[in-house]
Design a protein around this ligand. Structure first.
Ligand code: ZN
Length: 107
């Protein structure tokens, strides 16, 4: 199956941003896995650690209104949302979940 690559200039909304990040993370994961010879589980844990560190740094930059965008980090809620998103995305998909099905053709 040919997958349409999304370039950073193609990001216009949450869906295209998700597709871009999915591709960037998978590419980075595969590069680290191939280069390091670490196990997939270790590389996954390193990715999760990097995401947590990214949150901490971005949240710190938004304390006390330092950024004009107006986001006010709420670490307890934000971290629970991140944990929930990770669980939802990582859990095996049910066979009857239409959102997880690959389109095999078109009508
Ligand atoms: Zn901001």
């Amino acid at each position: 199956m040919l997958v349409q690559q999304v370039k950073v200039s193609d990001i216009t909304d949450e869906s295209s941003a998700q597709t871009y990040l999915d591709q960037a993370i998978m590419t980075t994961f595969c590069r680290v896995l191939d280069t390091s010879r670490l196990s997939p589980a270790v590389v996954m844990r390193l990715l999760a650690t990097a995401l947590g560190a990214t949150y901490r740094e971005v949240a710190a930059a938004h304390q006390d209104g330092q950024c004009p965008c107006g986001w006010c980090p709420l670490p307890a809620i934000d971290i629970e949302t991140l944990r929930s998103s990770l669980e939802d995305a990582a859990a095996p998909k049910r066979a009857d979940d239409l959102g997880a099905m690959v389109v095999a053709g078109r009508a």
